[in-house]
Design a protein around this ligand. Structure first.
Ligand code: MG
Ligand code: NI
Length: 474
């Protein structure tokens, strides 16, 4: 038998458009597997010549899934160009907005996209293994997911005016203080959100035993983990310093100023993908493979910093001796982060200065360069701009969460393919597990690709000459 390639294109139930290829060797065994991002939006080029203060609302348009993350990272980069101090209240308000985004995005990932796998089974009929099948078989779980996501979205809408592409966050702070009514409305819905999240996590812990094989094979290998922590080592999504831990959970880099990101993050280019492959620079490429996002954040932090999340975090860290290595546990980490996000929003909204009228600092172009880093739902998001004397953007670099995880995601697809793919047989179970490992990372492809429309799933088994040997369509 000659070399063959399996192509899965696009992956269902992730945001955007990607493609998976599985390379078989002469014996019909998996020799390589790749997750490709095949299109790019060119946002870095697009912003050249724009006034920097237009960047936050422009950058929010990169993604319909995580606009708030780009908005905030961009605003922070612009803050740095102003070179002025941002009012404390504005920082708190931005943090609440960022956490609301994390809650709604994690709810989408867990309930809408992944819980059908957990509830209906990895081998169940794909026509039913989605949010609609879920609504039929487990209506309460579907309702909870919809409600939790709605609460996150409504918080964003109440604070920032528009649910998609809000322009409330600006260079120097936010453009309007929080009203008493809005604060009280948000505080009223948070207990319901916490109840839904707690219930989901309690349930998820009871089903882990059914997924031992997936836990063992879903991108379960040593890597570094990277993200922001607060100055006291707590979970942090808005400010803080870079910390890097190794697979044994040892801190290898700490309290690194985000301005020096280029000292620890290198970007390698792969010929078959527009998405760069970042790596931990001190270890080189590809040994410096690292992961970001919920799993990484819980691995690098010393604790969360809110009561319920701290209890859950302690239990979570017992899953492994060092860092928690299986990417199947991204789901688990996401649920803990939802709980943290709700608790932390409540703390911030209860703080006495949250209604302060001083929410924006005004200044001109005082610094030719600005870097803004934040923790988006999927991981560390970096916006880096350079401007001319008139404040027009001359250069921009973005590093998105899905990019950081590129190497680990590829290696995870390979691990799953080796375990579940058997020769030329295209079974639903194999197919869905290859997709499921991608979904565990929750890649936000709308950040890195054009296509947002839904396409049917297509898997092709290709001979070296390109002729289709076998094909499955959904
Ligand atoms: Mg870039
Ligand atoms: Ni996105």
């Amino acid at each position: 038998m000659s070399k063959q390639t399996l192509v899965i294109n696009p992956v269902t139930r992730i945001e955007g458009h990607g493609k998976i290829t599985i390379q078989l060797d002469e014996q019909g065994k998996v020799s390589d597997a790749r997750f490709h991002v095949t299109q790019i939006r060119g946002f870095e080029k697009l912003c050249e010549g724009r006034p920097f203060y237009e960047m936050p609302s422009l950058m929010a348009r990169i993604c319909g899934i995580c606009p708030v993350s780009h908005l905030i990272a961009s605003a922070k980069a612009c803050d740095a160009i102003l070179a002025t101090r941002i009012p404390t209240t504005a920082i708190k308000l931005r943090t609440v907005l960022n956490l609301a985004q994390i809650v709604q995005s994690h709810a989408l990932s867990f309930f809408h996209l992944s819980s059908p796998d957990f509830l209906l089974g990895m081998d169940s009929d794909p026509a039913r293994r989605n949010i609609f099948g879920l609504a039929e078989a487990h209506p309460q779980m579907a309702r909870d997911g919809v409600r939790l996501r709605q609460i996150g979205q409504q918080i964003i809408e109440k604070m920032a005016g528009k649910r998609i592409h809000p322009a409330w966050v600006v260079a120097g702070g936010v453009n309007e203080p929080l009203s008493v009514a809005t604060r009280d409305q948000i505080l009223t819905v948070l207990p319901e959100a916490l109840q839904i999240a707690t219930k989901a996590l309690d349930w998820f812990k009871t089903i882990l035993d059914q997924f031992r094989e997936e836990i063992r094979t879903f991108a379960n290998f040593p890597t570094y983990f990277l993200g922001l922590v607060s100055p006291t080592g707590e979970l942090e999504h808005y400010n803080g310093f870079f910390r890097v831990v190794d697979s044994r959970g040892n801190i290898v880099a700490d309290k690194l100023d985000v301005l020096n990101y280029a000292d620890i993050i290198g970007e390698a280019c792969e010929p078959d993908s527009y998405l760069k492959s970042p790596y931990y620079k001190p270890r080189g490429y590809p040994e410096g493979i690292y992961r970001v996002g919920p799993l990484a954040r819980l691995n690098i932090a010393d604790r969360c910093g809110t009561p319920r999340a701290d209890q859950e975090w302690a239990e979570f860290r017992e899953l492994d001796r060092g860092a928690v290595l299986s990417s199947f546990y991204y789901h688990y980490a996401r649920l803990i982060e939802i709980i943290y996000g709700i608790e932390r929003m409540e703390q911030l909204l209860q703080s006495p200065d949250i209604l302060s009228k001083h929410v924006r600092a005004f200044a001109g172009t005082n610094n030719p360069e600005g870097i803004g880093v934040t923790e988006a739902p999927r991981g560390t998001l970096i916006h880096h701009y350079k401007v001319d004397d008139n404040g027009l953007i001359t250069w921009a670099n973005l590093i998105i969460a899905t990019g950081h995880n590129n190497l680990a995601l590829n290696r995870g697809v390979l691990q799953v393919a080796k375990h579940f793919v058997n020769g030329e047989k295209l079974s639903e179970g194999m197919l869905n597990r290859v997709e499921a490992v991608v979904r565990a990372f929750d890649p936000c492809l709308s950040c890195s690709t054009h296509a947002l429309g839904h396409m049917a799933l297509q898997i092709q088994l290709l001979a070296p000459g390109g002729e289709v040997l076998d094909e499955l369509k959904r």
